[in-house]
Write a protein that binds this ligand. Structure first.
Ligand code: CP
Ligand code: NVA
Length: 312
């Protein structure tokens, strides 16, 4: 069974096909291929969501499938039914399952015991669907006709703020996969963990990301400035300390001015204006945050269609 738990679960060639298909699906949103033809897909949430929930629910519907939205607390998972049994039972009803949860081992356990494709809709470790939408959004600008992933090579990404979070890990993995250059800037004590280094090694990818505590150094000459919330879901108890320690890494117009003149500001959203990014940057012409959000729909439809094709 082919799952999508991390960015590299598609080869470069398959990823290229996903982006090409996403472009077609975007251009022809309601009359595209009905790749899920009467399949029922579960969308299981252990955490809050706006974009992931809506884009998958709408996307499954537009592909001719039926979305079943589930919450861990209101299923028997919340009362202790094992993942092993849950995955087996759900596989008897559903044709695929998108999961947003805490520990990455939860999606891995579902993938081990399910007999349907599992899609990672965010874990504490990574957020690969977001990254495919982000890369698609950049390809619309760097290579609008061919959507050629080669156009990403050498592009400089600066990731500021919580450099140990799921989005930072996903950007490290994605940059290595597509040959992008990435520098992360955040406070001491928030360096990426050994888990992401092990994930790169397992994929035979180079560990060539840079980490600094100097926000200006990271932004100098960057093509993409990226940030994420300072308090991810599950980190609420550390909120005040995180906000204090990460304050020097707010993306401001001054930092944006250090980047390439045609650099883009990106954020997976939700954003907290005045924390990780200023309102002026969110509103600037260089900000492409709402295209990113929209592209969750098109990129994820292409991911689902690709999984159906690969698992045929
Ligand atoms: N970016 C993202 O995954 O948003 P949601 O938490 O709203 O799904
Ligand atoms: N790092 C954030 C991403 C939200 C889409 C979180 O995990 O809460």
């Amino acid at each position: 069974m082919h799952h999508f738990l991390k960015e590299t679960d598609f080869s470069l060639e398959q990823a290229q096909e996903v982006f090409t298909l996403a472009k077609e699906l975007k251009a022809n949103r309601l009359n595209g291929p009905r790749a899920l033809n009467q399949q029922s897909w579960g969308l299981l949430f252990y955490k809050s969501s706006t974009r992931t929930r809506i884009s998958f629910e709408v996307g499954v519907n537009e592909l001719g499938g039926y979305p079943v939205v589930l919450n861990s607390q209101t299923t028997q998972i919340g009362r202790g039914e094992t993942i092993e049994d849950t995955a087996r039972v759900m596989s008897r009803y559903l044709h695929g399952l998108v999961i947003r949860t805490y520990g990455h081992e939860i999606v891995e356990a579902f993938a081990e015991h399910a007999s349907m494709p599992i899609v990672n809709g965010l874990t504490d470790f990574n957020h690969p669907c977001q990254l495919y939408a982000d890369i698609f959004t950049l390809l619309e600008r760097y290579s609008p006709e061919a959507m050629d992933i080669a156009s990403l090579r050498g592009k400089k990404v600066a990731f500021l703020g919580d450099t140990a979070c799921n989005m930072a890990n996903s950007w490290i993995h994605t940059a290595a996969m597509f040959g992008m250059d990435i520098t992360l800037a955040g406070p001491d004590g928030f360096a990426p963990s050994a888990t992401i280094d092990a994930a790169l090694k397992a994929d035979g990818l180079p560990k060539n990301y840079r980490i600094t505590q100097d926000a200006e150094e990271a932004c100098q000459g960057a093509d993409v400035l990226y940030t994420d919330v300072w308090v991810s879901m599950g980190n609420e108890a550390e909120a005040e300390e995180r906000k204090r320690r990460m304050a020097p890494y707010q993306i401001t117009t001054e930092l944006l001015a250090l980047a390439n003149p045609n650099a883009y500001f990106m954020h997976c959203l939700p954003a907290h204006a005045g924390e990780e990014v200023s309102q002026a940057v969110l509103d600037s012409p260089q900000s492409i945050i709402f295209d990113e959000a929209e592209n969750r729909l098109h990129a994820q439809k292409a991911i689902l269609a690709k999984l159906v094709e690969l698992n045929r």
